[in-house]
Design a protein around this ligand. Structure first.
Ligand SMILES: *[C@@H]1O[C@H](CO)[C@@H](O)[C@H](O)[C@H]1NC(C)=O
Ligand SMILES: *[C@@H]1O[C@H](CO)[C@@H](O)[C@H](O)[C@H]1NC(C)=O
Ligand SMILES: *[C@@H]1O[C@H](CO)[C@@H](O)[C@H](O)[C@H]1NC(C)=O
Ligand SMILES: *[C@@H]1O[C@H](CO)[C@@H](O)[C@H](O)[C@H]1NC(C)=O
Ligand SMILES: *[C@@H]1O[C@H](CO)[C@@H](O)[C@H](O)[C@H]1NC(C)=O
Ligand SMILES: [Cu+2]
Length: 571
């Protein structure tokens, strides 16, 4: 029998060894064959071409147990479009070439080609996958990865059944139209989404669409049943957001949620009426079926942080299995309206309520070897609007970084290191951005094994407003040190406000409007890793950075990741 609880402050290595020991006994290989193709879909009743996995959008949920190996043969049948798939939250320890970021860890998968991803799952929890080529994620290629704990391991909570909840937002314009507008001069923003999707379904008001494009009677956009509850039972909902733009609030009418997991890490349980969730995040929550079982209840997602007047809430139904209750009846009440969209303080409060579960604290190094202060600004560069980090707007080189750096191709990417800091003494974060800034492909080279602090600093955009940016780190989890308002002051804020006792580890963290977010990670995973805003339009406009650590220690690169840029001859 294995212990259900870990002693407080066990060394990190021991925690990792523990998981691997538990895992190694019965590891399985899960082999998938995926055809990626465009199909006509009507997720919100409006008919549109979507990128699908074996004809489905979202794709199938990958289910595995800790220690298992996942093998996915991805056959690109898009005809005129490349692809690549990222396994979001999987650290790819020892397999940095399987991270699936076209331009960083591999060449894109060309039409007609098959590329095989193979990696080991080294943590239990809830993860995601999605396209990582241009803005393709927005076109529908996404799904969830559920990793269960091995037989005998007891989680720090219990439940009767589990269900997945994948949240998204949806546009009627194609990804190409969106990308063209973002690159244009004058700039055309993607606009607000037409619909919010819950498990791939939404409901657009067809009387607003041109005739023949939208049919409210299609079964694909029928009001989805999230799950059917048996009175008295407890349900674990694994909730993930892969929105392109929207920050969300997810709630189930009359059913508070107990948050127990975040990005694959157990949290000190806390109750919420509804959950704020940012693109790239996952949470598990417990829901007790303790309400009147003779009726159904609304589940709903709402846009927060941006004006939701153009985007109706996403809706689904939680029904009760109870004699006489009709599971198909819409709830008798009006759908919940959600919290005020412009109340930033309540969102920051939730962020600050997330700590590691006391039995699963992964001890954090006491101090960093290097501190990076990352200021985001919107800049006008050659007439185009770009996002920059410390004045640099990221554009991937033609040769994937991993190949270029491992093979020492110094002319394949920018050699000049990007700045560790911005001018934090004199920069005014409430002033719209400066006009200087460059587009480039530099890399932050981190010493292998070193401890790195990153403070993400928000500022006002060209419209003099500040937005939410969920930042996602590939290849690592980071400790969340804290959130602050205004401008981070290294002298005053550095250690005063930061939680060093039981910080949660995550792979995605919100940077709230007009504020800063501080994280710490150990650069101990040889490879080249993207760190970026998970808003698809923002990363497309350059809002990201690239980290390299120990690339010389990376094993032999598979030739399947090569074949583009200067790696053409290496294929
Ligand atoms: C759909 O849009 C039409 C036209 O604006 C409006 O009259 C109607 O009330 C809308 N229906 C719903 C359910 O919102
Ligand atoms: C709308 O969809 C329903 C269900 O698939 C179908 O029976 C009906 O013919 C469609 N209406 C139109 C106008 O295409
Ligand atoms: C939110 O917006 C409403 C109007 O939609 C306004 O009355 C209110 O003052 C705003 N609240 C905050 C906190 O900005
Ligand atoms: C913009 O350029 C000026 C003058 O070269 C420089 O002082 C300032 O630091 C730059 N700002 C940014 C954000 O790069
Ligand atoms: C921009 O907004 C800030 C508050 O965030 C305000 O102090 C400043 O005056 C505004 N500047 C402009 C040019 O509107
Ligand atoms: Cu962003």
């Amino acid at each position: 029998m294995l212990p259900s609880a870990r002693p407080l402050l066990a060394p990190a290595a021991a925690v990792l060894c523990f998981w691997l020991l538990v895992a190694v006994a019965e590891a399985k290989v899960h082999h998938y064959k995926w055809d990626i193709s465009y199909q006509l879909k009507s997720p919100d009743c409006f008919e549109k071409l979507a990128v699908t996995v074996n004809g489905e959008a979202p794709g199938p949920t990958i289910r595995a147990t800790l220690g298992d190996t996942i093998v996915v043969d991805v056959h690109n049948k898009l005809e005129t479009e490349n692809t690549a798939i990222h396994w979001h939250g999987i650290r790819q320890i020892g397999t940095p070439w399987a991270d699936g970021v076209a331009g960083v860890t591999q060449c894109p998968i060309l039409p007609g080609e098959t590329f095989t991803y193979k990696f080991v799952i080294d943590r239990p929890g809830t993860y995601l996958y999605h396209a990582h080529y241009g803005m393709q994620r927005v076109a529908g290629l996404n799904g969830m990865i559920v990793v269960t704990v091995p037989e005998g391991f007891v989680e720090p909570f219990s439940y009767d059944e589990e269900h997945t909840v994948l949240l998204g937002d949806w546009w009627h314009k194609s990804v190409y139209e969106q990308a063209t507008g973002l690159s244009a001069n004058p700039f055309v923003f993607v606009t607000e989404p037409q619909s919010l999707l819950i498990n791939g379904r939404g409901m657009f008001n067809c009387s607003l669409a041109p005739s023949g494009t939208c049919n409210a009677s299609r079964p694909d956009c029928a009001l989805p049943t999230l799950f059917t509850a048996v009175p008295g039972k407890t349900y674990l909902l694994r909730i993930g957001s892969l929105t392109s733009l929207s920050s969300l609030y997810f709630e189930i009418e009359g059913h508070p949620m107990m948050v127990v997991e975040a990005d694959g890490h157990y949290v000190r349980p806390f109750a919420v009426r509804g959950l704020f969730i940012y693109s790239g995040e996952t949470y598990s929550v417990l829901v007790k079926a303790d309400q009147d079982p003779r009726r159904n209840y609304w589940a709903a997602s709402h846009v927060v942080g941006r004006n939701p007047s153009q985007t109706p809430s996403g809706k689904a139904v939680v029904s009760y299995a109870f004699n006489g209750n009709n599971p198909w009846m819409p709830p008798p009440t009006a759908p919940p309206a959600g919290p005020p969209w412009n109340n930033t303080a309540i969102r920051v409060d939730q962020s600050r309520a997330i700590f590691a579960h006391p039995h699963f604290v992964e001890p954090m190094p006491a101090r960093a070897d290097r501190t990076l202060l990352f200021l985001n600004t919107q800049n006008r560069i050659d007439g185009h609007i770009k996002w920059t980090i410390n004045g640099v707007s990221l554009m991937f080189p033609a040769t994937p970084y991993l190949v270029a750096m491992k093979r020492g191709m110094k002319d394949a990417y920018e050699q000049r290191p990007p700045p560790d800091m911005y001018d934090h003494m004199s920069h005014d974060i409430s002033a719209p951005a400066p006009t200087n800034g460059t587009v480039g492909s530099p890399v932050y080279r981190l010493a292998l094994g070193s401890v790195v602090d990153v403070v993400l600093q928000n500022s006002n955009m060209l419209n003099n407003k500040s937005e939410t940016h969920p930042w996602h780190l590939h290849g690592h989890d980071f400790w969340v040190l804290g959130y602050g308002e205004g401008k981070f002051n290294p002298a005053a804020d550095a250690w005063r406000l930061l939680n060093v006792r039981d910080p949660i580890m995550k792979n995605t963290v919100p940077l709230h409007p007009d504020g800063w977010t501080a994280v710490r990670f150990r650069a101990d995973n040889p490879g080249v890793w993207l760190f970026h805003c998970h808003v698809e339009a923002h990363v497309f406009m350059g809002m990201g950075v690239v980290f390299e650590e120990g690339v010389e220690r990376v094993g032999r690169l598979p030739s399947s990741i090569m074949g583009c840029g200067r790696s053409k001859g290496l294929h």
